[in-house]
Write a protein that binds this ligand. Structure first.
Ligand code: NAD
Length: 805
C-alpha cells in the first residue's frame, strides 16, 4: 500500500510544530540572563539566579536573578514614587496607556504564545487561542475602566502601591488579571512572577517600556517564596493580591494581618462537574475535556470532581473512556497536541504521589490504552502525564477532597439533585462548578445552591475580563474581573483622611450574675443583668458573669451579660439554623426592615434617653442618633430588593450573571461610639442582603442594642437572624474570627483588635472587614452607609450559560 493510502487508513496526525526562532532570538538577545524590572528598566542579574527550563524536554531556557530584600525595596520605592504622578493622571490618559499595552500584546501575540508554551509546557493551541487573547482582552476592558473610574466609582480613589504574587499555571494571564485592574484604578504595581515561569512577565515588562508606560508604574521581581514573602511584608504596599495555593494564602493572611493592607486571595479548588441525566451527554464529554485536560489539569477551577447521575453513569464513563483514547499528549509546541507538559518535575512527582495514594485508597484508575511503556519511553525527557480517570471514589477520600492539579479526573455518582448538591458542597473549597443539564430549572436551581464563586451551566472554564472570578470558603476571597474586581483596587476617598480612634478603656471587671433583668431594666438604678439575645430568646450568659454598664460619671446603670466562647457558639448555631432568611426575597426582607424602622421610631424618646444616659452626649444629639438609625433602616429596606446583580457582557454568545449572594453568617463587632447608630449601620446592610448575624454591640454602651430585643421580637425578624452577645468586644471578636461556621467578620474597634480578627480568620479564610483603629463618622452618609456596606455584605457569584446557538 502506498504511503498516502496508509495515512488515510490510519488517520495519524503528522507533526505540526510551531516555529520558535523569534523566541530563541529574544532569549539570545538577553544573553539568556534576566534581572528584575524596576523603574522602567532591567537590573543587571547578580550572582543569585535560578534556572528556567522547558518542562517538555528539560532544556535550559534562561537564568533569572532571584530578587532579594534590596531588589524588592527598590521595586516598591519605584512604584511609590511613580504612584504620585500615575494616580494624578486623568482617567483618559491612563486609559490610553492600557490600550497601548493591549495593542502591544496583540502585536506580539504569537511571540508571547510561543514563549509561554516553552516556559510552562501548555499546548500552543491554548496559549495562542486562549491565554494571549484573554490577556489582550483584559487590558482593553480595563482601559475602559480607567476612562470610567470616576463616573462608575464616585467617592473612590486608588488603593496605592500593590504587591501582586502569581502562580505558574497561567503566568501571563494571571499577570493581566492583576496588573490591568490595578493600573486602571490608578495604582502602581510590584509583581512577583512564579519561579517556574517568569519569562512572559519579563517579556511583558519589555512591552510596557516599548508602549511608553511611565517608569515605575509596573515593576517586576522574580524569585520563589522568599521573594514573595519580602513583597508581602513590605510596608510600602497598600494592597496585596495573591493567586496560588491555599496554604500560602493562609500564611499571607497572617503575615498581612493588622498592617492595613487590603488583601485578595484567589486560591485552590476541587470543583465539581455535575452531569444530570437530562444532560446532552456528548456535549458534557467535551466539557470534561475542557474541564480537566485543559492546561494539563493545572487549573485552580478545573472540574476535577465529576458527579454523574447514576442512571447515565455507565454510558457516560464508556463515552468518556472512548474520548480519552483520542487525546494527544505530546510536544506543547505541536499544534495538534491536546495535553502538553506539566510545569516541572516536582509537580509531576506530586501528581504521581497523589495518584498512587488514590490507588492505595482502593479507587480504580483508568488510563488510555496508549499510556503504557511506549508512552513513558517516548516522553521520558519531559514532564508528561496521561489523562487519567478514577472511579469507585469515596466522597471523603483524599482523591475527592484534595487538589491534584494535574490531568486526573475523579468521578462519583449521585441519585437525586439534592444529593448532587450535598456532594458538590462537601468540600473545603468553593471556587467553581460546572453543571450539565438541558433542563434549565434543574440547572439554575443547582447553580443557586452551589457554594462556589463561579458556576458554568452547560459550559466550563470560561473566563472574561468583564466577569468576576474568585471563590468562597478556602478558595479565598475577593474577585478579579468585572466591576467587583475594580473595587478591590479602590478605596473610599474619605478613608485617607480618617483619624485614629482614641484609645478605648477596658471593661470593668466582670462580677457573678445575681439577678436577671429584661430589656428596659436599670431605669430605676436596678443592678440586675440584661441577658443576651440568641435564637430569638433572651438567655443568660454561659459564664454566669455580668459586667457593670456605667454612665459617664462612673455610676452603675445596670449590668450586661459577660458573653463567652460558648455564647458565641450558641449564637452561631442559631444563626446557621435561620437559613430561611437567606432564601427570602429582597422584597420580604425589605418589609421586615421597614417594620423595624417603624417600631424603633415609635420608641425614639426612650432610646434617646437611654443613649444620653449611657454616653452623656446630650438629649439633642441622642435624639439625632435615634433618628439617623431609623433612617439607616429605611435606607437598607430600600436597598434590600435593589442590590440585585447585573448581566455582564463577556465575549461570545454567553449570558453571564453577576449575582450578589449573602455570606450566610457574619460576625460583627460594633464600635463603642454612637452605640445605636453604629450597631444599626452594620447590622442593617448585612441582614438586608440575606445574612444572619452574630453581633457584639458597643461594649461600654450595650444597652442601645439590648433595648432592641423587643423591637426585633415585634418586627417579624425571624429567630436567629440577629443574635446579640454582649461582653468584651476583642475577646468575642477573636472567637468569631476563629469559628469555622462564620464566613465573614466585620470589626470596628482598636488597631490591635483589627489585627487579631485578620490573623485569626486565617483558619477558614473568612472575608474580613476591619477599621484598623480608624474612626468613621457614622452620621455622614458618605461614610456610614451605601454601596461599600452592600459590597462587603455579599460576594458575587458569576453564573455563565450559553445564550443562543
Ligand atoms: P504556590 O502557592 O506555591 O505559589 C504561588 C506563588 O506564591 C508563587 O509565585 C510562589 O513563589 C509564591 N509564594 C510561595 N510561598 C510564598 C510565601 N511564603 N510568601 C509569598 N509568596 C509565596 O502555588 P503554585 O503551586 O505556584 O500554584 C498552584 C496553586 O495556585 C494551586 O493551589 C491552584 O489552585 C492555585 N491557583 C489559584 C487560582 C485562582 O484564581 N483561584 C489560579 C491559579 C492557581
Amino acid at each position: 500500500m502506498n504511503k498516502i493510502v496508509t495515512i488515510l487508513d490510519s488517520m495519524d496526525y503528522g507533526p505540526s510544530p510551531e516555529e520558535d526562532g523569534h523566541v530563541r532570538a529574544w532569549l539570545k538577545r538577553h544573553g539568556g540572563r534576566f534581572g528584575q524590572f524596576v523603574g522602567g528598566r532591567f537590573t543587571k542579574p547578580g550572582e543569585q539566579t535560578f534556572a528556567v527550563r522547558n518542562p517538555a524536554d528539560g532544556e535550559l531556557l534562561a537564568e533569572v536573578a532571584e530578587a532579594d530584600e534590596k531588589d524588592v525595596d527598590a521595586a516598591v520605592k519605584s512604584a511609590m514614587s511613580a504612584f504620585r504622578s500615575w494616580s494624578a493622571l486623568p482617567g483618559t490618559e491612563r486609559s490610553r496607556h492600557l490600550y497601548a499595552i493591549a495593542r502591544q500584546v496583540q502585536k506580539h501575540a504569537r511571540f508571547l504564545a510561543v514563549l509561554e508554551t516553552l516556559d510552562n509546557g501548555k499546548p500552543i493551541r491554548e496559549t495562542r487561542d486562549i491565554d494571549v487573547p484573554l490577556v489582550a482582552r483584559h487590558f482593553y476592558h480595563h482601559a475602559g475602566w480607567a476612562e470610567l473610574r470616576d463616573d462608575a466609582f464616585p467617592g473612590h480613589g486608588p488603593a496605592g502601591v500593590c504587591g501582586q504574587i502569581i502562580p505558574w499555571n497561567f503566568p501571563l494571564l494571571m499577570l493581566a488579571w492583576k496588573v490591568a485592574p490595578a493600573l486602571a484604578a490608578g495604582c502602581t504595581v510590584v509583581l512577583k512572577s512564579a519561579e517556574h515561569t517568569p519569562l512572559t512577565a519579563l517579556a511583558f515588562a519589555e512591552l510596557c517600556a516599548e508602549a511608553g508606560l511611565p517608569a515605575g508604574v509596573f515593576n517586576l521581581v522574580n524569585g520563589g517564596g522568599t521573594t514573595g514573602a519580602l513583597v508581602a511584608g513590605h510596608p510600602g504596599l497598600a494592597k496585596l493580591a495573591f493567586t496560588g495555593s491555599t496554604e500560602v494564602g493562609r500564611l499571607l493572611r497572617r503575615q498581612t494581618a493588622g498592617t492595613g493592607k487590603k488583601l485578595t486571595l484567589e486560591l485552590g479548588g476541587k470543583s465539581p462537574f455535575i452531569v444530570f441525566d437530562t444532560a446532552d451527554i456528548d456535549a458534557a464529554i467535551e466539557g470534561v475535556v475542557d474541564a480537566i485536560w485543559f492546561n494539563q489539569g493545572e487549573v485552580c477551577c478545573a472540574g476535577s470532581r465529576a458527579l454523574v447521575q447514576e442512571g447515565i453513569a455507565d454510558r457516560f464513563h464508556a463515552k468518556l473512556r472512548a474520548r480519552m483514547e483520542t487525546l494527544r499528549v505530546g510536544s506543547p509546541l505541536d499544534k495538534s497536541t491536546d495535553i502538553g507538559a506539566v510545569v516541572a518535575p516536582v509537580q509531576i512527582a506530586s501528581i504521581r504521589a497523589k495518584v498512587e495514594a488514590g490507588m492505595a485508597e482502593g479507587a480504580a484508575l483508568w488510563q488510555p490504552s496508549w499510556a503504557g511503556e511506549d508512552f513513558a519511553r517516548a516522553t521520558e525527557k519531559g514532564c508528561f502525564f496521561p489523562p487519567s480517570l478514577f472511579t469507585g471514589v469515596s466522597p471523603a477520600s483524599a482523591l475527592a477532597q484534595e487538589e491534584i492539579f494535574g490531568p486526573v479526573l475523579v468521578s462519583m455518582t449521585f441519585r437525586t439533585p439534592g444529593e448532587a448538591i450535598a456532594l458538590a458542597n462537601n468540600s473545603r473549597y468553593g471556587l467553581a462548578a460546572s453543571i450539565w443539564s438541558q433542563n434549565l430549572d434543574v440547572a439554575f436551581d443547582a447553580a443557586r445552591k452551589l457554594k462556589a464563586g463561579v458556576v458554568w451551566i452547560n459550559s466550563t472554564n470560561l473566563f472574561d475580563a468583564a466577569v468576576g472570578f474568585g471563590g468562597a470558603k478556602e478558595s479565598g476571597f475577593g474577585r478579579e474581573g468585572g466591576r467587583e474586581g475594580m473595587l478591590e483596587y479602590l478605596v473610599p476617598a474619605w478613608e485617607r483622611k480618617a483619624r485614629a480612634l482614641p484609645a478605648g478603656k477596658g471593661l470593668p471587671a466582670p462580677v457573678p450574675v445575681e439577678g436577671d433583668a429584661g430589656p428596659g431594666a436599670g431605669g430605676g438604678g436596678l443592678d440586675r443583668t440584661v441577658k443576651l439575645y440568641v435564637g430569638g430568646r433572651q438567655v443568660r450568659p454561659d459564664s454566669g458573669y455580668s459586667y457593670p454598664v456605667l454612665d459617664p460619671k462612673g455610676r452603675l446603670i445596670t449590668e450586661a451579660g459577660y458573653g463567652n466562647r460558648k455564647d458565641i457558639r450558641n449564637a452561631v448555631e442559631a444563626a446557621r439554623k435561620a437559613e430561611g432568611w437567606s432564601d427570602m426575597t429582597g422584597h420580604a426582607r425589605a418589609q421586615v426592615l421597614w417594620f423595624l424602622a417603624e417600631n424603633l421610631e415609635l420608641r425614639s424618646a426612650e432610646f434617646a434617653a437611654r443613649i444620653d444616659r449611657m454616653t452623656g452626649v446630650g438629649s439633642k444629639q441622642a435624639a439625632r442618633e435615634v433618628a439617623a438609625s431609623v433612617g439607616r433602616l429605611v435606607h437598607y429596606a430600600a436597598w434590600a430588593d435593589k442590590y440585585d446583580g447585573r448581566v455582564r457582557a463577556p465575549q461570545g454568545r454567553m449570558l453571564a450573571l453577576a449575582l450578589p449572594e449573602p455570606f450566610e453568617v457574619i460576625g460583627i463587632s460594633c464600635p463603642d461610639e454612637t452605640p445605636l447608630l453604629g450597631f444599626v449601620s452594620l447590622v442593617a446592610p448585612a441582614i438586608a442582603m440575606g445574612n444572619r448575624v452574630v453581633v457584639t454591640p458597643s461594649q461600654h454602651h450595650p444597652l442601645a442594642a439590648c433595648d432592641l430585643y423587643q423591637v426585633l421580637d415585634t418586627s417579624d425578624v425571624p429567630d436567629g437572624v440577629v443574635n446579640i452577645v454582649t461582653g468584651d468586644r476583642d475577646q468575642l471578636a477573636a472567637v468569631m474570627a476563629k469559628h469555622d461556621d462564620v464566613a465573614a467578620c466585620w470589626y470596628v474597634g482598636s488597631a490591635e483588635g483589627s489585627a487579631t480578627v485578620e490573623r485569626d480568620s486565617a483558619g477558614n479564610l473568612k472575608a474580613t472587614w476591619v477599621n484598623h483603629g480608624k474612626a468613621r463618622d457614622w452620621f455622614d452618609p458618605a461614610q456610614g452607609q451605601g454601596e461599600e456596606f452592600l459590597f462587603r455584605a455579599t460576594r458575587i457569584k458569576s453564573i455563565w450559560t450559553p445564550f443562543g446557538v
